[in-house]
Design a protein around this ligand. Structure first.
Ligand code: ZN
Length: 281
């Protein structure tokens, strides 16, 4: 199943067309794309049994918002691929990796223009995003996937000067400028993948490939993250977890490279889809 946020309304995506959920259910489910996660099991059951759904409408990707537009918590993970930890000058984490947030005001849909913070060093980080579908508290790795509503593509856009300013790093601020958390293009449920723990991530700038990896190379897999995080705090329906980025970011290059006005950043997860960000001065 695929769900999306089309012009602020919850839709089901079927054969590339969008079916308005509030209309198709006669108002049983709200049009609010964030509200569906609080009734996730009931919604899944309705979709599984729904017959004679309307054909849906064609749409432009630019009309999509984030499939998770207002999570109560956004948890973002640092240094979760060995090659990226090493390019960043850190050892791979042994306990839980670094955890920070991207403030919800930075979340956008999959196609956007992003203003570069003046004087900044703005960098790219393609990531798999997992969205929680059932409250998770003290969940084991074995049971973790049952608490996931679905997966989306995310970009953890990062302004490195703010992020790394002393005396202690400002990860959350440096990664929360407006537009710095595009998510989408839709949410895909885990059952749609042959193996949801082995997905290919890619990222290009103006067509040039800068990142490519598979999520089987995560140090902490999605289940391991949910187990580790939910041992500390409850994860709530509709929460988003940015699971970390592989090697190939601008910070780790020699010479270092930053996004420039006019650059087009395309971030892809195989089996989900792509994000497309254009940067402006
Ligand atoms: Zn990141």
């Amino acid at each position: 199943m695929r769900i999306a946020n089309l012009s602020g309304r919850l839709v089901l995506i079927a054969d590339g067309r969008a079916i308005d959920v509030e209309q198709a259910t006669g108002g049983r489910f709200s049009a609010d794309p964030q509200a569906v996660y609080d009734r996730w099991e009931e919604f899944r059951a309705w979709v599984a049994e729904a017959a004679d759904l309307p054909a849906g409408v064609a749409f432009e990707p630019a009309a999509l918002g984030s499939p998770v537009p207002a999570p109560r918590q956004v948890l973002a993970i640092g240094l979760n691929y060995r090659d990226h930890a090493s390019e960043s000058g850190f050892a791979s984490p042994s306990g839980l990796p670094p955890v920070f947030t991207k403030y919800v005001t930075s979340i956008t849909g999959p196609v956007s223009e992003v203003a570069l913070p003046p004087g900044g060093h703005t960098d790219w980080e393609v990531e798999l995003v997992a969205v929680i579908g059932a409250r998770a508290e003290g969940v084991s790795e074995d049971a973790a996937w049952e608490h996931v509503a679905g997966l989306a593509v995310g970009q953890d856009i990062s302004e490195r000067i703010t992020q790394l300013a002393g005396p202690a790093p400002q990860f959350s601020l440096g990664k929360s400028y407006p537009g710095f958390a595009p998510v989408g293009p839709w949410l895909v449920t885990p059952d749609e993948f042959e193996n949801p723990d082995d997905l290919e991530l890619r990222c290009t700038i103006n067509g040039e490939e800068v990142q490519k990896c598979r999520t089987r190379d995560l140090i902490f897999s999605v289940p391991a993250l949910i187990a580790g995080l939910s041992a500390v705090l409850p994860l709530l329906p509709g929460d988003a977890i940015f699971t970390g980025t592989p090697a190939g970011v601008g910070l780790g290059r020699d010479p270092q490279r930053w996004l420039a006005s006019g650059d087009v950043l395309v971030s892809t997860v195989a089996g989900i889809g792509e994000l497309r960000q254009t940067f402006t001065a």
